[in-house]
Design a protein around this ligand. Sequence first.
Ligand code: SF4
Length: 682
Amino acid sequence: MKFLDTKEQLLSLIEEIFINILPQYLPSSEIREQQINMAKQILLSFIENKKIVVEAPTGIGKSLAYLVPAVVYLKELQKNTRIIVSTYTKTLQQQLQKKDLPLIEKIVDYLYKDKIWYTTFFGSENYICLFKFYELKKDLLTQDEILKIINIENWLKTTQTGCVEEIEVEQDFWHEINRESDLCRAKHCKFYSECFYYKNLKQLKNMDIIIINHHLFFANILALNNLVPKRNKETEEIIIFDEAHNLENVIYQWFGEEISNNQIKFLCKQVYNIKKQRGLVTKLHSLPENLKQNIIDSVISVLEQTEEFFAQINLKLLQAKPEVRIFVPNIVENTLIPELSKLFNLLSSAKNLVSKREEVFKLTVFTKRIVKFIKIIAMWLKCEDTKNYIYWVEKEETKRKKLKIILRITPIDLTKEMQEYVYSVYDKIVFTSATLCVNYDFKFFKSSVGLFPEIIPNSTTSNELILSSSFDYKNNVVIYLPEGVPNPKHEYEEFKEVIIDIIEKLIKLTEGNTFVLFTSFELMNWVVEHFKLDYKLFVQTTSKYKLLEQYKKTENSVLFGVNTFWQGVDIPGEKLISIIIPKLPFDVPDHPIIEAKTEKIESEGKDSFKEYLLPNAILKLKQGFGRLIRRKTDWGIISILDPRITTQWYGKYFLKSLPECKITTDFNTLKDFFYTKKGYKK
Ligand code: SF4
């Protein structure tokens, strides 16, 4: 193929790929104007050296719409290009790796008789550390652990990647054998040449396309690009953020600081595991016995104080809510830092007495970790800069039903950091998702990821594109807005009593096959308790994945979910034909991050409801709505029970943001629609 250089020729090539080449390898593919348009606009943005934000509704084939122009750019304009596709979910990573990229490979072969190299790369903690594994094997193990070791050994005989993705393993056990970046001795490790992580890393150098997740992207940025190495210094990187609506949460995590009770306990366990009587200290044979014993005693004290310190926090702050912001210093007594300091001193003394390099190395790592813990706890307790940072605490239940308490320090505004670390570094960035704009405007999304307002000159120049859906919503979706429901803000108890009847009526109509999407566990649990019909209910308690699998396998089932079920769920066909939304999805305004953001907006003289809470809720409703129609042939009902959608001034903005479909307040109209679609006699 002759290399093309004019813009027009390149744009024609994009058309040629979608119209004539792709169907040869994907006979089921259709020619979709929006997909071709998206691909062309992305290519133009690359040529103009600009970022682009694209709202691409479900069903237009957005993965190929960004992969094709990226590859055309690489092959035609800049051979030394690396394409990084960053996603939020593993499901999308798998789809790209197994479905979309093999197609791209065929297209490249057809056009250029050439290869395109691609892979998925995970954060390093997802890879086994052979050093840790064989160290553990030497320890005194329980029967259960021996079985787990055998399982891993069998897996090691066949695995090519050494990645946890491939194997069922308990999380706690995995943490005993996975790679920890600070404990990795890299070239000085005796397993370096066989190390799965480094083998994968070496392969990356030659890759044209690397799929990662948003967390790894930011870990890489903050590690000064050391985690995903470039091919060479001149390599130009194109970044594609798919599922970009989830970027904001990830950004907050990476630019903040946090420390949890579990992290401290894990460190203690690595120094000395009381239950199993093993750990680093038992292997330091050159240490005097009394120092060893002092370290063990100190570990016990740190563990006791960790319990005590976090219990105080739990009791004082977390009884009413799972997340609480703090404003005053020394909210609890500082009993933990002195114990951590003692352990630090003892490990430092041990470091001066051991001679083996490996022992010195491990002791150095653990002392550094303790210094970091002390620093974060001290900063959190001091609570000094409440103008620029949110000091808060959050509790969650682990899979083993244990309480995890996390102290967090989060910057209120990350605009400058994002422009400095990301937007000034990369010119060509694609942000895409099905839900990025509110009322045909990207301002809300852009400010959430620091693309607006511009602080560093020329760092945020970007194009925008909003694509319409190729689905026939008008004929396939009815939005049901029942009348006579009390306002949940003013008459909450009455609201609950009314909606339970409507929910039951709707579930009866569609014979299950329904998602009921809540905004709080409290309301969900109340509805579950009062639900009288005999349908198989799946209620969000266990993992999302398991619950979805059970829901899909069970006839006439109903799923009750909060938060995570509003997005990233793909159930095409008649297994999901009804979505019930009891309350408009406004964020809880007293969540620490929401509270700090709204305060900041108010302090700038703006209306935080209009500027933040409303657009956020609109995007969430769009995400919930998006669960219903996944394929062209899908149809269904969306019932929004919250009366504010019709009675309040802002209600129209919610409706305007949804695709145009039939709206009814009449249950019989809904029934007619359902019967017609099902082919039932009326
Ligand atoms: S090189 Fe690092 S990750 Fe690999 S086996 Fe050695 S210590 Fe573990």
